[in-house]
Ligand binder design. Structure first.
Ligand code: AMP
Length: 214
């Protein structure tokens, strides 16, 4: 099963992907997570990526495509994958077509999680991510028992640089300008499933299950 999750930042792609991996037995491939790991390690690629991420801009296509191509070579991708945050441009979508062709594989579903911009700004500015386990609390919707401390692992909570309001507005603009045209691109292949992402995590999970039939 090869699935792409498309949606604006904060639409819940990562959350839904994590809920799908066990059910479908395929890995989540999140370019955002891979870049954050590279930033943490301080690799040359991470340093370059951080500059783009902090501005709400996209990391250059050639860098992203290289990272994904390398990831696909790992054995766990043989059974399929859930792409979370990739592709984000037409150039990346075309490169993905090429990679899939080489793997003699194809896409099964493109799940688009739709959420209005204002709703997302509220969701994202309230997000606090755990430095230890990556769990995301929300100061209004899922507050930690103790301020600044993760309920799951006791790690320190912080606000991602790219979750500041001005950056979020820029990330949304980037999404509308560069990523949403992909919906049209994949509509031609009749594999697009549109989902309302404004409900609870459980509602959205149910809608995703219905849409992909698994
Ligand atoms: P995410 O966690 O998916 O929202 O990604 C965080 C940031 O990483 C984005 O705002 C981009 O700067 C960068 N990024 C992640 N995936 C991609 C991609 N496919 N193409 C370009 N930049 C990306």
């Amino acid at each position: 099963m090869n699935i792409i999750l498309i949606g604006p930042p904060g639409a819940g792609k990562g959350t839904q992907a994590k809920r799908m991996i066990d059910r479908l037995g395929v890995p989540q491939v999140s370019t955002g997570d891979m870049f954050r790991a590279a930033v943490k390690e301080g690799t040359p690629m991470g340093i370059k990526a951080k500059e783009c991420m902090d501005k709400g801009a996209l990391v250059p296509d050639d860098v992203v495509i290289g990272v994904v191509a390398e990831r696909f070579e790992k054995p766990d991708c043989k059974k399929g994958f859930i792409l979370d945050g990739f592709p984000r441009t037409l150039e990346q979508a075309k490169a993905l077509d090429g990679l899939l062709e080489k793997m003699e594989s194809s896409l099964d579903h493109v799940v688009v999680i739709e959420v209005p911009d204002d709703y997302l700004v509220e969701r994202l500015t309230g997000r606090r991510t755990c430095k230890g386990c990556g769990y995301m609390h929300h100061i209004a919707f899922d507050p930690p028992k103790t301020d600044g401390v993760c309920d799951k692992c006791g790690g320190e909570l912080y606000q991602r640089d790219d979750d500041q309001e001005t950056t979020i507005r820029q990330r949304l603009k980037t999404y509308h300008d560069q990523t949403s045209p992909l919906i049209d691109y994949y509509s031609k292949k009749s594999i697009v499933r549109m989902i309302d992402g404004t409900g609870s995590m459980e509602d959205v999970q149910g809608a995703v299950k219905d849409a992909i039939g698994a």
